[in-house]
Write a protein that binds this ligand. Structure first.
Ligand code: MG
Length: 315
């Protein structure tokens, strides 16, 4: 299943949880309602907002139950050829497929060739940093280039979405705590990132981190340890690697992070970027207004966003 947050092109309002099949988006709450009605569960239909919330934060608060019910609903609609409204992907705007309140945990220097190109030291434990929700944008949004940076750079990253509360998880159980996977572009302002030891200021500029286009549930990507990841800028291939090259793999990261903090459903882990960033090119190539960054990850899909100069209020 591919979980999205979507809203209709011409409708003002918040994003709703949906599922993508082929070229169409199905509303998950509506589909679950049809499923309950079919089974005569009238009382549950009355409390549908609690049974399967349409808003992403509430959807994920339900944990694995939300994913289970969403799957039941999608299978029911498909198996029984239920006629319900489906929206063409061209008629909707996709938002970030993760809750606004999610923790955004990023892993730095997690591919050997990227460590070398950045002239960083090889990590002995995972390097953790974070960004805030102001940075997160959806697959259809533009990456905002703030005038305070002249060194905006892309970082294609395989991204893990947590499915249930996770604390002190063992490596061998890590997959149990994962809902699925998505793509992120950890866009980084290198000049701001590198002017202090803490990277936050270069990593959390407004509207700089695309996430999406959807969460592929883990059953559709049974082996996340060997998937291809590529990044293109204006059609030119810049990054080409494989998650098999991660220094700290996904189970190791889950064990490490949950030994420090509890992860909640909907929290995301950006697992790090491979080599090929613009900063390391000779001469460095940074993102400019009009550039298009396209990240392709095998088994997930494509995340493509244009860069636009940000309009800053004149105060
Ligand atoms: Mg990164």
């Amino acid at each position: 299943m591919k979980i999205v947050s979507y809203k209709l092109n011409n409708v003002i309002g918040s994003y709703r949880a949906g599922a993508v099949e082929d070229q169409y988006v199905m509303d998950l709450q509506e589909a679950y309602k049809q499923y309950l009605l079919h089974n005569g569960e009238i009382d549950l239909v009355k409390s549908i907002d609690y049974q399967l919330p349409h808003e992403m934060d509430a959807f994920f608060r339900l944990g694995t139950l939300a994913i289970e019910r969403a799957k039941q609903a999608v299978n029911f609609v498909q198996d029984n050829d239920i006629q319900m409204i489906k929206y063409d992907l061209n008629d909707v705007i996709l938002g970030p497929p993760v809750p606004k309140g999610a923790k955004i945990i990023c892993i730095g220097t997690n591919y050997k060739n990227h460590v070398m190109e950045m002239k960083s030291s090889m990590p002995t434990v995972p390097v953790l940093f974070s960004k805030f929700s102001n940075a997160i944008i959806g697959p259809g949004d533009t990456i905002q280039k703030s005038p305070i940076t002249n060194a905006l750079d892309y970082e294609g990253e395989f991204t893990v979405v947590i499915g249930k509360e996770a604390s002190h998880v063992k490596q061998e159980d890590a997959l149990d705590y994962i809902a699925g996977y998505t793509i992120s572009n950890d866009v980084s302002a290198r000049d701001l990132q590198k002017r202090t030891p803490q990277w936050l200021q270069g990593k959390s500029l407004d509207k700089t981190t695309p996430v999406g286009p959807w969460i592929v549930t883990k059953d559709e990507l049974p082996d996340p340890s060997r998937v291809k990841i590529e990044t293109y800028v204006n059609g030119e291939k810049r990054q080409s690697s494989n998650t098999s090259h991660l220094i700290f793999n996904i189970p190791t990261l889950l064990e490490f992070i949950t030994s420090i903090m509890t992860l909640e459903p909907g929290d995301i882990i950006l697992t790090g970027t491979p080599d090929g960033v613009g900063f390391a090119m000779d001469p460095p190539q940074f993102l400019q207004d009009g550039d298009v960054v396209r990240i392709e990850i095998e088994g997930i899909g494509v995340l493509e966003n244009e860069v636009k100069n940000a309009e800053v209020p004149n105060r």
